[in-house]
Design a protein around this ligand. Structure first.
Ligand code: GTP
Ligand code: MG
Length: 194
């Protein structure tokens, strides 16, 4: 699939405001600073469609982007950002959980994971929660440019072994670098076939 059109539609902080036009939605979730906004820019081939920042915790609302006038990319707030207040943090968690469990048009949720890190408890918790809730997932390893091929292989192996302790099969796995602009086409093909 080629992205010919990518338009920011809205930023919402309550799920009562979700678009209701029935177009398929593909959500992007992950820890603060893992590269969600950069990932959206990679997929859409736009430099600043989603705002990338040096300060984690930037995206605190649900942001809708309409792609090729036919499906949505949905940028979710980061989870697990320690510096926001507890109340706010719970709010982010709630907003993410509400969206993921209530959205009727959610085709797949891309869970972004940092290629440099071994499995983080919060990511494993999120995947376990989403799996139990029946939310369709795909894993996306980000910042692949920051590791060697063998380090990347190790990260993938360790992560997969960790998930196989809980699950019989693995979700689709992708590797991306928004710096090198790699991995986006495979994901667009996956979206096209979903
Ligand atoms: P929040 O909205 O704060 O939760 O962050 P986010 O997950 O949207 O991350 P964002 O895309 O803003 O990127 C965070 C930082 O990581 C920025 O400094 C990006 O430039 C950097 N970054 C993101 N993706 C990559 C990548 O593939 N390679 C490298 N080297 N840096 C990346
Ligand atoms: Mg962001």
């Amino acid at each position: 699939m080629r992205v010919t059109e990518a338009v920011f539609i809205c930023s919402i902080s309550s799920i009562s405001a979700l678009p209701t036009d029935g177009k398929p939605e593909f959500a992007v979730v992950g820890r603060s600073n893992v590269g969600k906004s950069s990932f959206i820019n990679l997929l859409t081939g736009r430099k600043q469609l989603a705002k990338v920042s040096a300060t984690p915790g930037k995206t605190q609302t649900i942001n809708y982007f309409l792609i090729n006038n036919s499906w949505y990319l949905v940028d979710l707030p980061g989870y697990g950002y320690a510096k926001v207040s507890k109340v706010q943090q719970q709010g982010f968690g709630k907003l993410i959980e509400m969206y993921l469990t209530k959205s009727r048009n959610l085709f797949c949720t891309f869970v972004l994971l940092d290629s440099r890190l071994k499995p983080q408890p919060i990511d494993l918790d999120f995947i376990a929660w989403a799996g139990k809730a029946g939310i369709p997932l795909a894993l996306v390893f980000t910042k692949a440019d920051k590791v060697t091929k063998s380090e990347l292989k190790k990260t993938l192996q360790v992560f997969e072994a960790e998930l196989l302790k809980q699950w019989e099969s693995l979700p689709p796995v992708f590797v991306t670098s928004s710096l090198k602009k790699t991995g986006g086409n495979e994901i667009l093909d996956f979206i096209a076939s979903a």
